[in-house]
Write a protein that binds this ligand. Structure first.
Ligand SMILES: Nc1ncnc2c1ncn2[C@@H]1O[C@H](COP(=O)(O)OP(=O)(O)OP(=O)(O)O)[C@@H](O)[C@H]1O
Ligand SMILES: [Mg+2]
Length: 298
């Protein structure tokens, strides 16, 4: 039988990006870029967000692509963010129909790929988030429809912080972040406990500290506990540029998240107890129940 450590390592690797997925993501980026080039003056585009940082979970969806506009499009910057989002949405609807949906800071393009019961997509990306962006020094300005203003962001700073945290944690930090994001996506919760899921990563910058202790199950138990303790804190943008990442949830939603995080902590405690009593099979089933189908039983 699989040991708990082997199971977590297998789980971790199942949540890693592989070559086929990266090829598909690049092909989708190129496809959308080729089309948008016929509509806007685009300087460059790049895959970003958790995808580029290696903290995206599975199935692969909402992969962020920044489309950095040339100065010929600067007229948008003096207008409400809704204007550029509407124009991008209208353009993408022409090609993708109702598979293009407008969001707060981006347009989501769904490629009609469905995940199977094991959360596999045959290595294909389900959807991308098209983000119109402008250079602002070494930072970027992106539209925020809810705030009704342009916000600043710097994906490179977020990436650098993730790399530093990963290195300080014996190269296990990104794997743990992907696992909790996978837990967060588990459909058994209905709505995601933590929104946006970027908040998990931002909290992990502080909640995973003291160094890697050597066992996945104890790391997870402690991580869930600290997330529950600190979900009501304010969590600013780690790059110090954009609005607080914790603004995505009201008090009721935070309270629900805290309850679900505490429940996950209790399930982790029970799973650890199973191992102590020699019941590895029970422990594997408990972790599988907690995370979902990508956690292996064998
Ligand atoms: N409030 C914010 N201020 C500044 N930058 C932000 C803010 N929220 C998100 N970002 C940046 O935009 C990127 C994309 O946001 P998104 O919500 O898709 O998060 P993500 O890290 O890609 O997580 P997910 O795995 O859920 O897609 C983030 O990775 C981060 O670099
Ligand atoms: Mg994203």
């Amino acid at each position: 039988m699989l040991t708990i450590d082997e199971a977590f390592r297998k789980f971790k690797s199942r949540l890693e990006l592989n070559d086929k997925e990266q090829k598909n993501a690049s092909a989708r980026q190129q496809e959308v870029r080729d089309y948008l080039d016929t509509k806007f003056k685009i300087d460059r585009s790049f895959l970003t967000g958790s995808y580029a940082r290696w903290t995206k979970t599975k199935p692969l969806k909402d992969v962020d692509i920044f489309f950095v506009l040339k100065s010929a499009e600067d007229h948008y910057r003096t207008k409400a963010p809704a204007v550029v989002l509407t124009d991008f949405h209208d353009a993408l609807v022409e090609k993708y129909g109702n598979k293009a949906t407008r969001q707060n800071r981006s347009i989501n393009v769904d490629f009609g790929v469905k995940a199977d019961v094991n959360d596999n997509t045959d290595y294909r990306v389900i959807s991308v988030d098209v983000v119109p962006a402008f250079d602002k020094g070494s930072d970027f300005e992106i539209p925020d429809d809810e705030l009704g203003r342009w916000i600043m962001t710097n994906p490179q700073t977020h990436a650098d912080k993730a790399v530093a945290a990963h290195q300080a944690y014996s190269s296990e930090w990104k794997g743990l972040a992907r696992m909790v994001k996978y837990w967060n996506n588990n459909p058994k919760h209905g709505e995601k406990p933590i929104k946006p899921s970027f908040l998990i990563e931002v909290m992990a910058l502080q909640c995973l500290h003291g160094g890697w202790g050597g066992s996945f199950d104890r790391e997870m138990q402690a991580f869930f506990a600290t997330l529950a303790d600190r979900i009501f804190d304010e969590w600013p943008d780690p790059a110090g540029l954009g609005p607080p990442i914790s603004n995505g949830m009201d008090a009721a939603r935070k309270s629900r998240a805290r309850d679900l995080l505490r429940a996950a902590e209790r399930e982790a405690t029970l799973a650890i107890d199973h191992v102590r009593r020699g019941r590895t099979g029970e422990a594997l089933r408990a972790w599988r129940e907690l995370f979902g189908p990508k956690f292996p039983l064998s």
